[in-house]
Write a protein that binds this ligand. Structure first.
Ligand code: XMP
Length: 602
């Protein structure tokens, strides 16, 4: 154990990610609950305290015992963990200036955590409280504009805290900072981890399945196809069967692509396809709330799967249900142990599935993995690069990219608020009467969207990034910012929300817009330049129609993301094609990072 790290889960979205990052450095780690006895933690070479959604002052906020500080084991606190450690050492923590997404870190002391790293670096933040005063013995190691004590250290005792998240890929030198903590400070030997993951996965599947068979729900995306292919490698062909449900919420050509991919693996005869589009649409009619949509879709998947099992005479006692769940699906749905906040209920974490998991009836070979790792596995399994590099598509499909509304509210001018963010008067701003999901300070938010229009028609990505970050940090009502690209719009003030529900016409509209985006990106060889590119239909009207939002992002694992800077010519051409679709009034570009916004809108 002395050659491993203890991670204390304080409810953060990225707690498990800390373990994966250490794993890549060849360092073993174990995740513990906050109430774990100090003696147990003392057996490790170092302790990392994760982030969390609460304030240290909140009743019931997770705490660790003071005895942990007597262990003479180095401790690194991250975000909430940084605040908790600082408070336990006598520092002051206050409601501070919030920061979500990118921030410029200036390193004041290059000792320890920052040795040989640049003075200025980009870090990813997600916090509301801050450490404002340090006791004697602790030094400020780095600051950002909003946060004076963005990192501290007490070298004598080996206590360190960072307000930002070194474990997320968007923190420029995050891996190096973790590497310095585990190697220079905890004394562990770091090695690059390049072990083949397939053999242990196949072993685990065989052990878990035993003599049973696996009935798989295959969406056609990389996660479920890789999980299905892994099971096909581990088990005789006749002991796996895939079911693809055409929900009517798929993208154009999706079912045909899945058939082709499974044929290439010699598995086409192990796949059944059923069309349930009418059922899904009927159950979703009139539903506005995104979480309700997600739960209905999850439940329907389980019902359809149970019906199909009966139809194919598959006996529940001898079959397990296979799913391509990956780790972010679990953590964003509220984690596994109740401390992390629910950001979105992923379709494979609805109550009915949780119940089946409790009964031991589900196998999810990829549940500890992230998207980038799954892609790597797919490559090693020989899946086509079109599939392994393809943009992720969420299980609930276009249903969560087609926003619905019962209101008819108007946009609110946001000129005054905008003036506090930026002196440049070329930008017009309105607060749209529509909400989308965000993740701020490790908690879910459901807030309004700030729409911008640069009257000069420029796309100055730097300025847009600046306004978007500042707006979400400062304006409590906002977690997402979009900017006008095309349409017959003279003033954003004309915007109002219109009544809209999920129906086949609207789904067809967003499907066509999505197809335009995919085709144009492919023609311009840009598909691999972005990680994912959701296209969202929102019932914001300027002249009786609706609005399409383009949401290209760059990410590695989906846990954090930055909006992708598309070449402006391509962006305009895409928007001009979409605006020709009947019923589209305007096209906007989403210019928000994650956090504060999530990648999908719902
Ligand atoms: P968010 O919107 O939470 O999304 O930033 C992170 C990644 O997860 C995908 N996503 C889902 N995938 N079932 C899935 O299989 C779901 O319910 C689901 N919801 C979001 C999203 O497309 C992005 O890649």
């Amino acid at each position: 154990m002395k050659n491993s790290i203890a991670i204390i889960d304080l409810g953060g979205q990225y707690c498990h990610l800390i373990g994966r990052r250490l794993h890549r450095l060849g360092i073993h780690s174990r995740i513990y609950r906050p109430e774990t006895r100090a003696q147990t933690l003392g057996g490790h070479a170092g302790i990392i305290l994760s982030g969390g959604p609460q304030s240290v002052y909140e009743e019931g906020a997770p705490k660790i015992s003071q005895e942990v500080l007597q262990l003479k084991v180095p401790i690194l606190g991250i975000c909430y963990g940084h605040q908790l450690l600082a408070q336990m050492l006598g520092a002051k923590v206050e409601k501070g200036r919030s920061e979500y997404g990118p921030a410029k870190l200036s390193v004041a002391s290059k000792n320890s955590l920052f040795t040989r790293l640049p003075q200025e670096q980009t870090v990813w933040m997600s916090h509301t409280d801050t450490v404002t005063e340090l006791p004697r013995g602790l030094l400020t190691l780095a600051s950002t504009e909003q946060c004076r004590i963005a990192a501290f250290g007490g070298t004598a005792k080996g206590y360190y805290g960072v307000q930002f998240h070194p474990e997320v890929v968007h923190t420029q030198y995050g891996e190096q900072i973790l590497r310095r903590f585990v190697s220079s400070i905890c004394g562990l030997k770091v090695r690059e981890d390049a072990t083949d993951q397939i053999k242990p996965l196949v072993r685990n599947i065989r052990a878990r399945v035993g003599k049973k068979s696996v009935f798989f729900l295959v969406s056609g995306g990389v996660d479920s196809t890789v999980a299905f292919a892994l099971c096909a490698k581990a088990l005789p062909k006749k002991r796996i069967l895939g079911l693809h449900v055409d929900t009517g919420l798929m993208r154009k050509g999706e079912t045909e692509d899945l058939r082709a991919n499974l044929s290439a693996l010699g598995l086409a005869d192990r796949l059944q396809i059923i069309d349930k589009s009418r059922l899904f649409l009927a159950e979703l009619r009139g539903v506005i709330d995104p979480e309700e949509k997600r739960k209905i879709i999850g439940r329907l998947f389980v019902e359809v799967q149970s019906d199909a099992m009966r139809k194919f005479q598959i006996d529940e006692k001898h079959w397990l249900l296979g799913q391509g769940t990956i780790y972010p699906d679990t953590i964003e749905s509220g984690g596994t142990r109740g401390l992390a906040a629910v950001i979105k209920t992923h379709h494979n974490r609805c109550p009915e599935i949780i119940d089946l998991i409790r009964k031991g009836r589900v196998i999810e070979p990829l549940v500890e993995f992230y998207k980038d790792e799954v892609r790597e596995l797919g490559k090693r399994l020989g899946l086509s690069s079109k599939l392994t590099n393809g943009w992720p598509f969420p299980g609930p499909g276009l249903a969560i990219r087609c926003l619905c509304s019962r209101s008819r509210a108007k946009a609110q001018p946001a000129g005054k608020a905008l003036a506090t963010l930026i002196a440049d008067r070329n930008y017009e701003g309105v607060l749209l009467p529509i909400k989308s999901v965000g993740v701020q300070g490790d908690a879910r938010t459901y807030r309004r969207v700030l729409a911008l229009h640069d009257r000069r028609g420029l796309f100055d990505y730097g300025t847009l990034q600046f306004i978007s970050t500042k707006a979400c940090n400062v304006l409590a009502k906002t977690n997402r910012v979009i900017t006008f690209v095309a349409g017959n719009v003279t003033s954003l003030a004309a915007a109002s929300v219109k009544r809209a529900e999920l129906n086949s016409e609207r789904l067809q509209l967003v499907r066509e817009a999505d197809f335009i985006v995919r085709s144009r990106m492919e023609e311009n060889n840009l598909t691999e330049n972005v990680w994912q590119f959701p296209v969202v239909l929102v019932p914001i009207s300027f002249a009786g129609g609706e609005t399409i939002i383009l949401r290209p992002v760059n990410s590695e694992d989906g846990m954090t993301a930055d909006f992708a800077r598309l070449p402006k010519g391509v962006l305009r051409r895409i928007a001009e094609d979409i605006i020709k679709l009947p019923g589209v009034d305007a096209v906007f570009l989403d210019v928000t990072s994650k956090p504060p916004a999530t990648i999908e809108w719902e």
